[in-house]
Design a protein around this ligand. Sequence first.
Ligand code: ADP
Ligand code: ADP
Ligand code: ZN
Ligand code: ZN
Length: 934
Amino acid sequence: MSLENIEVRGARTHNLKNISFNLPVNQMTVVTGVSGSGKSSLAFDTIYAEGQRRYVESLSAYARQFLERMDKPDVDEIIGIAPAIAIRQRNQTRNPRSTVATQTEIYDYLRLLFARVGTVICHVCGREVKKDSPESAANETLENLTEGTRFYVLFPVKNQETKDRIQVEAVLIELLQEGFSRLFHDGEIIELSTPDDFKLENFENVFVLVDRLMMRGDIKQRLVDSLEVTFQNGDGNAIVETVDGQKLKFSNKFICEYDGTPYEEPEPRLFSFNSPFGACPVCQGFGNTTGLDLDLVIPNPMLTLADGAIVPFTKPQAEWALDELKKFCRAENISLETPFIELSDEQRKAIMEGKGRWRGIKGFFKFLETKKYKLHVRVFLAKYRGYTKCPECNGGRLRQEARDVKIAGKSLPETVAFSIKDAAVFFENLKLAPEQTTIAERLLHEVQSRLKFMLDVGLDYLTLDRLAATLSGGEAQRIQLATNLGSSLVGALYVLDEPSIGLHPRDNTRLIRILHNLRDIGNTILVVEHDEQIMTAADHLLDIGVHAGELGGNITFEGDFASLLQSRNSLTAKYLRGEAEIKVPRTRREVSGKKLKITGAREHNLKNVDVEIPLEMMTCVTGVSGSGKSTLIHDIVYAGLKKQNGDWQGHVGLFKSLSGGEFIDDVILTDQSPIGRTPRSNPVTYLKAYDVIREIFAGTNAAHAKGFDASHFSFNVPGGRCEVCQGDGTVTVEMQFLADVELLCEECKGTRFKPSVLDVRYKGKNIHDVLNLTVREALTFFKETPRIANKLKVLDEVGLGYLRLGQSATTLSGGEAQRVKLAAHLTKKTGAKTLFIFDEPTTGLHFDDINKLLTAFRALIDAGGSLLIIEHNLDVIKTADYVIDLGPEGGTGGGEIVATGTPEEIAVNERSHTGKFLRKYLAQTNGHYDLKNI
Ligand code: ADP
Ligand code: ADP
Ligand code: ZN
Ligand code: ZN
């Protein structure tokens, strides 16, 4: 253990109160505290920001010129800081080509691996294609010929078809000049001293004789030299022919020697779908193209053929095709009354691809393609076009020559189609030839270690070719974590933002092991966390508080976990000791007749499941990462209900039926996405309280005197706002390669308004002062205006009393954004018959914040609403009325309903991972009940 420290002196970023503290080098420090207390301000905006500056400083002079313009954190000094790497929650990937394999660099290593040790299998004849060198050709000759055999080393004469005697002589003179004086034809040697010695008409089957040899152990060097000359002069070809006519053919080009199929020599860029050299020419490396989209042709496979499962066949123009299909089905005994999806695989294939006289749905569209010169046919076809798997590469993204390169019989696209778990097994069991092993060793090691790290962070179910843009924030963060572990960088400072998000308690120990690993190889770790297990794994803890915003920003505790438990000042310690706690409710709401019923859910990994979701209560959906929670809730329940209401155009997951929609009027999904993308959106605009504030300002005498109306106090329209920054208060400067930087607007100095507008005051404050009030301060300030105060009160109730009214949407964390949205719903008072869906609402929340959140949830239910929550946090799960546990594992090992019922019922279910943790947890919680009594 090292005793060195990173020393931070006088940090004042945002709400930090001029604090000083140490981070022990090569140790893991966990920062705790309620939401808004200043954890991110400390970890990211101070320490990481400074580490980043130091890092840039160490780069080129070119990079350094931007340094001055980077925001300097408000801190006196930081001594001993290392280059910093931040691993954050948000999935920032927008690149449609980026996949799990490319992000983790596994793809780069696989490209090298396939280039170095892959074998090319000719797609015409299925034989191995390889390129010979003089050395390899000599070895093969030595292996194949018996001792004492006489043989010739030959290459074919060029211009084989030349008949013209003048041309023939020209070729012969050239050969003589190059020193070749013997030709070979049909087993005979032609000695050549002048062109006249050649009596044949042309060069058909005529070879140049380079050398004559007898097979013996010691001829290798001479043979290699001769073959070298042969390849050089024979356009890369060499033939070894024995006196009895046995032939061996060699080529130093990449060509199938048997059918002449040309190949590219495998090199890393051949396997890059981002390079025009490697990308599939049909889809340009995207893996999909626009073509016949079967999801549009058969949008609802629960329908029967008779009910119009095949949408294009229900159109009058295609009536004849439907008649043909029906005839075919009767002949083949295919039921017209069975849902399409329940027909056998073979029957569905026959309908799609055709059989006998029936040419299939695909054949029907092919036929229409030939009639495309007619406008109405083009219109008809356009309706069924969409993104589909590229027919050329079948989604593999690479050109044929790249797909023909195999390792252990698998192509590169086939290996990246593996789940991480299967890929790990494949590479583990890979047997290579000894000479290949040396080349591949390091590459395989890199691939395997990265796969192992991803297994360790609980991502075994992801496929390597999964698009990065479709990953959840937690998955994306854990991939970054695994990537960094794989890079085995040492001496760095890693700053992480709630890495436990999206992770089932079962996988927390693995996450902790990874963090410890990263530390043990020689890095300093700084983690912002709320999870108790991770706190116990820390070497050092910093608790920030006591409360949020202006009431926070102090260090309430610094030290190890055992001392934290003794701390009198820390709110975190009070929860850990159980003095403050999240209570288990004494009674649970009873399941009534009102529920949603889903049958036959089978999107992604869901295994044809039936599930009931009780309404007018709090239901938690649980299960390990990848078990299918988001798929069930987002793709089926949310999208399905929206679609029934007619306001959903997007994709809806596959299911058979969804009933119970009549019990709800509205469904609202509250996730962690930002409440707005510009600095002009903020909590009060989102809650629509700002309109009232503007009216108040417009109603003052000063405003009347200047002729200002409410629009002059808006930063969204010209008039009163500062026009230089258009009311943002900041201007964005684009940096060449660093992230864009925000600079204070020079014109208005960040006040966002023109001086004349700022002269207008209400109760002594101008509009900028008001936007700078915290919610709690504003509550007092506006206490005579219930239309504002009532809305602000709700913000305070969901734990956001510390936010400033005008704080820009772009600076709110995901958790804060989610709670602003929750507050907006609470102020509308239209909770009755509304289904509220939340996805990990506890992200960013301390025990104390969760208590507040649960109070807000209760208010929603009391108003007649229903709550459906995806959650891993046991404090939330234990307070639910009903739990639906998915799993048991992630990916193909999941997708089933493992258990349903009250938390107590889940706790006694042996198959449920959630149950095991819940059992321990319920037993730990102070005395409300005893598990033995249920
Ligand atoms: P935590 O990470 O503990 O939830 P933060 O460090 O994000 O807390 O926030 C601490 C305080 O600083 C809060 O009052 C928050 O509103 C404020 N704050 C955070 N980011 C900014 C910013 N970019 N500009 C101004 N205030 C901010
Ligand atoms: P959870 O929400 O429980 O973590 P998900 O519903 O996200 O689980 O995932 C369930 C399964 O479906 C996983 O195997 C996951 O990899 C897969 N999956 C989820 N989203 C997609 C997608 N957009 N494309 C392909 N597979 C997906
Ligand atoms: Zn393709
Ligand atoms: Zn301005």
